[in-house]
Design a binder for this molecule. Structure first.
Ligand SMILES: Nc1ncnc2c1ncn2[C@@H]1O[C@H](COP(=O)(O)OP(=O)(O)OP(=O)(O)O)[C@@H](O)[C@H]1O
Length: 300
């Protein structure tokens, strides 16, 4: 095993991703030897290119792009029995995984830090037949995210659109769920929104699951119940709730390794959002692949 496949999404990071190539390529060459560069052209390329890396017997697969590109890369790597080392430079607007891994905020500092990286084990989540690295949302929040254009998001800011979207969606999206966590089934759980996370950074907010570690082998499950959901969402995202989320009124927090979620009988369809993009409709089955990947983390 040697060499590195460097995959660049030229549309990420306001067109800056291409310029990054000249800076990162020599660093990767020093670590892994020969570097082969590929540019993505559209959806799914960062997943497909993992096959090329496997054929090359590459030691590392490195992507430059936003969370969408990182999620695609993870979908390719997690399907391998023995994935090669994974690296990335966060060029998106949210960069949840980089936040969770404690990357420096400045991209130049992240590049510098990769001269002397460390390999961090990383859990990967599975939802039905796809993989996720960070978050699955169900109910009011994904409804708001899935139905808001990116212009609206950047014009009004994340919290503003979330607030409006959640407010509108809560009226119609309060639903009853059957949830099975590690073999125990809870029936007719009423919830306005469900958030499932693997790391402490959800949608750019770093205090949602304070105690979550990227390699704790756990899925963190939070159901928000009651009329105060909107207030609770706000407080959680702002980190206003002290201590454990499980102490919060109207919130039900659990962790598990296998989680099934279905709508209780005869209800309408319910959509999900997976790592920021629309995901499968319910029912869903989630599981955790503990320390499935080894990810390059820049040294501070
Ligand atoms: N050459 C290209 N031109 C335009 N779009 C591309 C190209 N290559 C990949 N894409 C698209 O870019 C998307 C991923 O973008 P990116 O990595 O910036 O993630 P993101 O989720 O938009 O990030 P964020 O929301 O954090 O800014 C994929 O959906 C893919 O279809």
């Amino acid at each position: 095993m040697s060499g590195c496949l460097l995959v660049i999404n030229p549309s990420a990071g306001k067109g800056e991703a291409e310029n990054i190539q000249t800076e990162i390529e020599p660093i990767l060459a020093k670590h892994f030897g020969e570097v082969t560069v590929k540019y993505t052209e559209g959806e799914g390329d960062a997943t497909k290119f993992v096959d090329d890396a496997k054929e090359m017997d590459a030691e590392a697969y490195f992507v430059v792009g936003g969370d969408g590109t990182v999620n695609e890369a993870i979908n390719g790597l997690a399907a391998l029995d023995h994935p090669m080392s994974f690296g990335f430079l966060p060029m998106g607007t949210v960069n949840d995984l980089a936040r969770a891994l404690g990357f420096p905020k400045e991209i130049s500092a992240a590049i510098k830090g990769l001269k002397d990286y460390q390999l961090q084990p990383l859990d990967v989540g599975k939802i039905n037949d796809q993989y996720f690295m960070n978050v699955v949302g169900i109910g009011a929040i994904p409804h708001a995210v899935n139905h808001t254009s990116s212009e609206e998001k950047s014009n009004f800011g994340f919290l503003a659109y979330l607030k409006d979207g959640v407010q509108a969606a809560i009226k119609e999206d309060s639903a009853y769920y059957d949830v099975t966590i590690d073999g125990t089934t809870y029936r007719n759980l009423k919830a306005e929104a469900i958030v499932i996370g693997l790391t402490n950074s959800v949608g750019g907010f770093e205090k949602m699951f304070k105690q979550a570690k990227v390699d704790d082998g756990k899925i963190h499950f939070l159901a928000l119940q009651g009329r105060n959901t909107l207030k609770l969402v706000h407080e959680l995202f702002q980190g206003l709730i002290n201590g454990d989320i499980s102490e919060a009124k109207d919130a039900w927090y659990e962790t598990g390794e296998q989680i099934k979620i279905a709508l209780s009988e005869s209800q309408k369809e319910m959509e999900t959002n997976v790592d920021g993009d629309p995901g499968p409709e319910l029912p869903i089955e989630l599981s955790i692949l503990p320390s499935k990947l080894s990810v390059m983390v820049p040294k501070a």
